[in-house]
Design a binder for this molecule. Structure first.
Ligand code: MRU
Length: 408
């Protein structure tokens, strides 16, 4: 199995080195930077050089492997003398880098328990410590990749069933938010993975009565992952798309549903597909800020459509590693708040005469004002139609409106 070429994480299994694609420089520059320690990973994750729930978990896990390798091979006695407890202290610090995505804390807690359970000695004296966490981390990376392809197929089959049951015919569109593609995972992606698979299989002459005509990625303020990263991936894959701002979603959906042509495009939005940072026991889902309002929009439109074939499905796509059955409802999810300057300034390269110059920061608000900048919001389960994972069947609600996520 290969990734699509948009590889966020490069781990060299033989030399035990780790590099990440610096996503702060995308889409203008494809630059890989080394991660040589847990501290490097903390900085890269906190500053969003790597982001997306599965990707940060994988980078976090691999960073423990490279750090342990560094200790064991160091000529410096102070590093060679590091203990399991030193490692655990650093891992606990790494967990705090981004609190909302459950993948990061789950992976790092798993590594902690491997370290404490299987190694009774306190010193990092031999390679068996390294081997155990190496095996865990490589499996995390490889399973994420293969599960994303399964998730994509499950999403495709679910979408096909829905369109058939609605007797829908013709072209349709999909809306998405943030970036949930190869850049946010070990490859292929989750919500964007479904879009990739649907684009590959449901095209105009594919033999079905319906086909994917267009994708609408939302800009995703304030960090603009949709504008910077999702458009980069869609463009790379040659999937037809049009970028919109977050506040254009309802206007676009309404115009297309009323069969108005928007920029020569007319295929109605039939699916809003989003990723997740944490899906809790009752199905409430934390994802990028702005996801909740999309679910409200989908449900409001569905209430107004008489015609079944116009209804929009709001789908959450995530691997099972994002499901947190220990947390009961969305009220218990910690939502990360990010710094005010993400709202009050814009950062980017100077573009002139088709060349890219130094990065600049541009002020776009009154300085030193009060700012609220939550990175995620929680979509209540009642507004979610289905949760697609790598397992089957796709989770839908029972007649009482409840999800059962305990296992498939
Ligand atoms: O702040 P980010 O860019 O890490 O937020 C990413 C998201 O919200 C994604 O939807 C989520 O992590 C799933 S990525 C497969």
């Amino acid at each position: 199995m290969t990734t699509t070429g948009l590889q966020a994480i490069k781990f060299d299994k033989e030399n035990i080195t780790l590099e990440i694609l610096d996503q702060l420089l995308l889409p203008y520059s494809t630059t890989y930077i080394p991660i040589e320690s847990i501290n490097d990973a903390f900085e890269a994750i906190k500053s969003m050089k790597v982001r997306g729930a599965p990707a940060i978990a994988i980078v976090g896990a691999f960073s423990v492997v490279v750090d342990t390798h560094r200790y064991l091979n160091s000529k410096e006695a102070s590093l060679r003398d590091k203990t399991i407890q030193d490692l655990i202290t650093s891992i606990d610090y790494l967990i705090t880098s981004r609190p909302t995505a459950v993948n990061l804390s789950n992976a790092l807690n798993d590594i902690k328990s491997i370290l404490t359970k299987s190694h009774r000695v306190h010193e990092l004296v031999n390679n068996s410590v390294l081997n155990s966490i190496y095996d865990y981390s490589v499996a995390l990376y490889e399973d994420d990749l293969s599960n994303n392809f399964k998730l994509g197929d499950n999403g495709l089959n679910y979408i096909t069933e829905i369109l058939k049951s609605q007797n829908f015919k013709g072209p349709f569109s999909i809306m998405t938010i943030c970036n949930t593609g190869s850049l946010a995972t070990s490859g292929h992606g989750t919500a964007l993975g479904i879009i990739r698979t649907v684009h590959e299989k449901l095209f105009k002459s594919s033999g079905q009565d319906f086909w994917l005509d267009h994708v609408y990625p939302l800009e995703t303020r304030p960090y603009n992952q949709g504008a910077k990263l999702t458009t980069f991936e869609l463009d790379y894959e040659k999937i037809p798309f049009t970028l919109i701002c977050d506040n254009m979603a309802s206007s676009l959906i309404s115009s297309l549903a009323k069969e108005k042509v928007v920029k020569n495009l007319s295929a109605p939005v039939k699916f809003i597909i989003v990723g997740a940072d944490r899906i809790v026991e009752n199905g409430d889902t934390a994802n990028k800020i702005g996801t909740f309002q999309l679910s409200v929009i989908a449900n409001a439109f569905n209430d107004s459509f008489q015609d079944e074939s116009k209804k929009i499905k709001f789908i959450v796509a995530a691997p099972r590693t994002t499901i947190d059955l220990k947390t009961k409802t969305g009220d218990d999810i910690i939502i990360e708040e990010r710094p005010p300057n993400e709202l009050t300034t814009l950062k980017g390269p100077i573009l002139s005469n088709n060349s890219i110059g130094d990065k600049v920061t541009v002020g776009i608000s009154t300085p030193n004002i009060s700012v609220w900048n939550p990175s995620f919001d929680v979509t209540p389960h009642n507004l979610i139609d289905s949760i697609v994972t790598e397992e089957l069947p796709v989770h839908t609600k029972n007649p009482k409106g409840e999800f059962d996520l305990s296992s498939n």
